[in-house]
Design a protein around this ligand. Structure first.
Ligand SMILES: O=C(O)C[C@H](O)C(=O)O
Length: 508
């Protein structure tokens, strides 16, 4: 038997912290390359604009060492622990890895957003340091510890799917059935991770673990499938992209950049299948510990980033939020590009729930919504002279159940990302207001438009507090107009038809 390798507690903490900081501002290069190629190939103008924002945001984050997305994720850690290694610590592996998470998320130069809530079914208390992480450990032969860390966005995790299929059911058909129900809240273009087989819980873990592999669909398609699993990856990739969902659900060619599959033997009675999407803020890294010290990751070369610099559309309409009128909101058409300036309120899940509870209890609200716009966002805290950290939109669909209540308070516009549900669109058209979308995953770029930020209510909710933002030329697109026209249903349907017909040149 070979000698034991000693892994020090501090090496593990330091390596986890370094990797989490790294992935908060560096996309994996395979994702950036694939997104750059998708940008070149994209024919859908709104989707192309969204990809340009994501690429520009990515480069800004790499330069500025600030998070790619305001949702800095829930930390997933996959450990392959060499059986000849010993952890030199009195704490559990979970505690040691969590210390790395704590150190990364509270880093003074690049503080990340604490998104993890304890007591999820009841009080939903923010743990304030993004712990605990979700840790998976496998014992393997050898003298090394191999670790994958990922910071998984909540919007994409929310769209995870699982089914105990019958043995003869078709996996491609099942995936295709799921895509419409996933909408755009998972921030495409991203990846689909698929687990097949095992037991229920193992299958879901395989789906998540498959997302740690680099994007190689281009190479795979070029060389051709060499196994049934590879052919299945290609079949799902082609079938999903033929659906025309496109970047941010705006209609286009690039919905997924890759499909990953891991499988495991399963019981003869079933065929478990799980699917977990990864968003545009794809964040993961791999490192190895061999007892010689902490692992530090090599920064990517900025010259390797695609030369794409997003600029606002010259035809965009400038809107003064401080003088917003119902007539102006009614004049906006779906698909219009707007540049917003002036003051807006913010609010997301917890604030909406509290507003509802207060209204039901007959209490007076701490802010007046009449005539205002609300931005669904939970920003990152500012560092070093910023007024606010990265502050991209959160999924508006989750606020659908509160829309009637909020519009009744006199709101004129809502800003978020992803589609609104059928009932919310009906309410929006009944009140003759509008839903505007900002690009999910372009959080640092969006935050550049925010010139002032002040918490005005519910401070105890942390990032979910109500802020007042002062913005200048914040780029948004009218996603649902006052007549109830909805970009997220119209555009993907159009692009699905175009792809089927081979008619890809968009008539503007
Ligand atoms: O929590 C957030 O800021 C966003 C979330 O990841 C979402 O996509 O809705």
């Amino acid at each position: 038997m070979s000698d034991m390798t000693v892994i020090s507690e501090n090496d593990l903490i330091e390596s986890v912290a370094d990797a989490l900081q790294y992935i908060s501002y560096y996309h994996p290069m395979d994702y950036i390359r694939a997104l750059g190629e998708a940008y070149e190939a994209e024919k859908g103008p709104a989707a192309k604009d969204a990809i340009a924002q994501i690429l520009t945001n990515s480069r800004m984050c790499a330069e500025g060492h600030r998070p790619l997305c305001q949702d800095t994720g829930i930390v997933n850690v996959f450990v392959k622990w060499g059986q000849n290694c010993r952890l030199d610590s009195t704490q559990s592996l979970q505690q040691v890895v969590d210390e790395g998470v704590r150190r990364a998320y509270n880093h003074p130069d690049n503080k990340l957003r604490a998104s993890i809530l304890a007591d999820p079914a009841f009080t939903r208390r923010n743990t304030r340091d993004n712990t605990p992480c979700v840790l998976s450990v496998e014992m393997v032969p050898g003298n090394r510890v191999e670790i994958d860390v990922a910071a998984k966005g909540g919007g994409s995790e929310n769209k995870s799917k699982f089914k105990m299929m019958n043995p003869s059911d078709n996996i491609v058909d099942w995936v295709i059935e799921q895509i419409p129900s996933m909408g755009a809240g998972w921030c495409p273009p991203g990846m689909l991770g698929i687990g097949i087989g095992g037991t229920a819980e193992h299958c879901v873990k395989l789906a998540k673990q498959s997302l740690m592999d680099p994007i190689d669909m281009g190479q795979l398609k070029q060389r051709g499938a060499q196994s049934d699993i590879e052919q299945l990856r290609i079949d799902i990739f082609d079938a999903v992209n033929a659906m025309g969902v496109g970047a941010q659900g705006l209609g286009g060619l690039a919905t997924v950049l890759d499909v990953k599959i891991l499988d495991a033997p399963c019981h003869a009675a079933g065929k478990p299948v799980a699917m977990i999407p990864n968003c545009a803020a794809t964040r993961h890294a791999h490192f190895t510990l061999d007892g010689s010290g902490p692992a530090y990751l090599e920064p990517p070369k900025l010259d390797d980033y695609p030369q794409v610099t997003w600029q606002p559309d010259s035809a965009a309409r400038r809107v003064d939020l401080d003088a917003l009128t119902p007539a102006e909101v009614e004049s906006w058409n779906h698909g219009d590009r707007l540049l917003l300036s002036g003051k807006m309120l913010t609010g997301r899940d917890a604030a909406h729930k509290r507003i509802k509870d207060m209204l039901e209890a007959g209490e007076e609200l701490p802010v007046e919504f009449k005539g205002r716009a609300i931005y669904y966002v939970g920003p990152v805290d500012p560092v070093m002279g910023e007024v606010v950290g990265p502050a991209g939109p959160t999924t508006a669909t989750r606020m659908d159940k509160f829309t009637d209540m909020m519009l009744d308070l006199g709101l004129l516009a809502m800003i978020g990302k992803a589609e609104r549900g059928h009932d919310a669109v009906e309410v929006i058209s009944r009140f003759k207001v509008a839903y505007l979308m900002a690009t999910g995953g372009a959080a640092y770029l969006v935050s550049r438009a925010i010139k002032g930020a002040e918490v005005v209510a519910f401070e105890d909710l942390g990032m979910e507090a109500i802020y007042e933002f002062e913005v200048q030329d914040m780029p948004v697109t009218v996603a649902v107009d006052a007549a109830g026209n909805n970009v997220h249903t119209l555009a993907p349907a159009e692009w699905r038809r175009r792809i089927a017909a081979g008619n890809l040149e968009h008539a503007e």
